[in-house]
Design a protein around this ligand. Sequence first.
Ligand code: MF3
Ligand code: CO
Length: 272
Amino acid sequence: MNRSGVRGMVARLRGRDIEVKSPGEIEAMRAAGAVVARTLAAVTELTAPGVSTAELDALAEQTIRDAGAVPSFLGYRGYPASICASVNEQIVHGIPSAAQVLADGDLISVDCGAILDGWHGDSAVTIPVGTVSAADLALSKACEEALHAGIAAVRAGGRLTDISHAVEVACEAAAARDGVPYGIVQEYGGHGIGTSMHMDPFLPNHGKPGHGPRLRVGMALAVEPMLTGGSAETRELDDEWTVVTADGSRAVHWEHTVAVTADGPRILTLPG
Ligand code: MF3
Ligand code: CO
């Protein structure tokens, strides 16, 4: 979500506005998350050269509705589709289109959200189209690793920016390993989630640990790093949705919805 999308600095810092779910409500979110995971699996299966992003969107909407759920993106602030399909230099919020036909070597990030029984799930994957370059695969792997490093830092009693810091450290480790100075997108980040898709707090993908609200059992967060193969600077297209890299470098996006439990992080957006 967008950095400016969350108001109330003091409430944010103290964590007073963060929704806390009961164990039963977390189970309900798990069910919503499973619908999102199954939808992303179906979209991944269909992704191939020659397929348009509108076709991916149609499959996603059908899969969500067949599960008795509702696509949360559709109509969100006027957003016209059930997924975001961000190809190559597009980072996030790419609008699916019949004119956007995938080609061999493309790299597509698909972001999907669903509402089931009033509870939200939100998850994103980056999918190689046909045969992509080793550099693109490494970029996507770096971002997926950063996502899981962030998730591993979700701990009751810990602080919000412990997650931010873990994401940043993992990105830097991958950049050092791959010899590429990956860019961490800063204008967008993760968010609280539950009875709405975007809730307090905003979760940056970089920063010092030990700041922000204290994490409590029953909170749920969407952790969503976005990485670029070049500059982290972003630009929004005239459609007022699509966010692209300013330098045209390729970008990737991985996201899970995660609950804070007494036993540690629980990923809610897994198939099941
Ligand atoms: N995971 C994306 C985000 O948190 C969801 C965007 S939904 C859209 O920013 F409808 F705004 F596209
Ligand atoms: Co999100």
